[in-house]
Design a protein around this ligand. Structure first.
Ligand code: SF4
Length: 342
C-alpha cells in the first residue's frame, strides 16, 4: 500500500523531492494543492511538471476519509462518522457560530480511559490515528463547509496525549501557512489528565490551548467518573497544570461536566474553588448531554446557575457552555456507539 502523502511534514516531503532532484519549493506547491485547494489527485496539480505528478502518483496516495453517516442539528452542528480502511469508525463535528467555526476531531479509534460519561470509552480502545487521518478530518470539515474553519479542538474520540507524536505532528501541520494556517492559540488539546504528557507538552514551545477534563473536585467522585484519576489523582494533576502554566505562561481551561446528584451542588463548588485557587485558569461548566446509554443527567437550570455563581464569587473565571448538537447526540462518542450497536 502506498503511503498517504499527508503523513509527511514539509521537511520530509522536501527531503523526498531532493532525492528525486526536484527543487524544494515544489513541496509547498504540492501541500497548497492538498490543504488549501482541496486537490484529490496529483494529476490535476497543474503547476507541477507532468513527470513529477506521475512520480508522486506512483509513490504516494492522497486518499481521504469514507463518510459512513452524517447528521445535522437544528442548531447547525454537523456530525460526521467516518469509516477507516481497516473498518474502524471515528467522528468529527463542525460547530458553527457567528464569527467562527470549530472543528472537533478525533485522535484515536476508541479510547482506553473509560470515563463514565463518555460513549467512546464504552467500546474500548482500537488504535491510534495516524497524523494523516487526523488531518483528513480537518480537510473534510473544511471542504464540506463554505464557512472557514477557524478553530480546532481535540475533543472527539480518543485521548490526544495518548497518541502524542501523531497529534503533535498534525498540530504543527495545521498551524503551518502552507497547510490550514490555523493559529496555535485556536487549537485546543483536551486531556483526561495524563500527567507525564502534560509535562512533555510544556516543553514543546507551542502556544496551543490546553484543556483538562477535571469533572470533579475530590478524588472519590473523580475516581468514579474518570478511572484515570486512580493513576493521576487530582493533587498530582493540578500540580502538573501549575507547572505547565508557569512554564508556558498560558492559561489552562478545566472542563467540568455538571451531572445531577454527582458533582453539581454547592459543597462541590466550594471544593473546586479551593483546589483552583491562585491558578491562571478558567472553568468551562458543561451541563451533561442527557444520555440514553447510561443514567447521568444534567442538573436543573437553577442548580447550574447556583454552581456557577458560587465559583464566580470565589474569584474563579467561569464560562457556562451552551450545549450544542443535543438532537444529533453530538456528545463525545455517542453517534459512533449508536451506529456500531445498530
Ligand atoms: S472523555 Fe476522552 S478520555 Fe474519557 S473515555 Fe471519552 S474520549 Fe476517552
Amino acid at each position: 500500500m502506498k503511503e498517504n502523502i499527508k503523513q509527511l511534514s514539509l521537511e520530509e516531503l522536501t527531503g523526498v523531492l531532493a532525492s528525486w532532484k526536484e527543487p524544494a519549493f515544489r513541496a509547498g506547491q504540492i501541500f497548497s494543492w492538498i490543504y488549501q485547494k482541496g486537490a484529490d489527485d496529483f494529476a490535476g496539480m497543474s503547476n507541477l511538471p507532468q513527470p513529477l505528478r506521475r512520480r508522486l502518483g506512483e509513490n504516494f496516495c492522497l486518499s481521504g476519509l469514507e463518510l459512513a453517516s452524517f447528521r445535522e442539528s437544528l442548531d447547525g452542528t454537523k456530525k460526521f462518522l467516518f469509516k477507516l480502511p481497516d473498518g474502524k469508525f471515528i467522528e468529527a463535528v463542525n460547530i458553527p457560530a457567528q464569527n467562527r467555526a470549530t472543528g472537533c476531531i478525533s485522535s484515536q479509534a476508541g479510547c482506553k480511559f473509560a470515563c463514565a460519561f463518555c460513549a467512546s470509552g464504552a467500546l474500548g480502545f482500537k488504535r491510534n490515528l495516524s497524523s494523516a487521518e487526523i488531518l483528513d478530518q480537518v480537510l473534510y470539515l473544511k471542504n464540506d463547509s463554505s464557512q472557514a474553519l477557524t478553530h480546532i479542538v481535540f475533543m472527539g474520540t480518543g485521548e490526544p496525549l495518548d497518541n502524542y507524536d501523531n497529534v503533535l505532528k498534525a498540530v504543527r501541520i495545521m498551524n503551518s501557512d502552507w497547510a490550514f494556517n490555523i493559529g496555535a492559540r485556536r487549537i485546543t488539546i483536551s486531556t483526561c489528565g495524563l500527567v507525564p504528557a502534560i509535562a512533555r507538552l510544556a516543553e514543546e514551545g507551542l502556544q496551543i490551548e490546553l484543556s483538562v477534563s477535571l469533572h470533579a473536585a475530590d478524588d472519590k467522585v473523580r475516581d468514579a467518573l474518570m478511572p484515570v484519576n486512580k493513576r493521576y489523582p487530582i493533587k498530582e494533576l493540578i500540580d502538573s497544570c501549575r507547572k505547565y502554566i508557569n512554564r508556558t505562561n498560558r492559561q489552562v481551561t478545566f472542563e467540568y461536566i455538571l451531572a445531577r446528584g454527582v458533582n453539581s451542588d454547592l459543597p462541590n463548588a466550594g471544593k473546586l474553588s479551593k483546589i483552583l485557587a491562585g491558578l491562571n485558569c478558567k472553568v468551562n461548566l458543561i451541563p451533561i448531554n442527557p444520555q440514553k446509554e447510561e443514567g447521568l443527567q444534567p442538573p436543573s437550570k437553577r442548580d447550574i446557575l447556583f454552581f456557577r455563581d458560587a465559583l464566580v464569587k470565589s474569584g474563579v473565571a467561569v464560562t457556562l457552555r451552551r450545549p450544542r448538537g443535543q438532537d444529533i447526540e453530538a456528545a463525545c462518542g455517542q453517534l459512533r456507539l449508536r451506529y456500531e450497536k445498530d
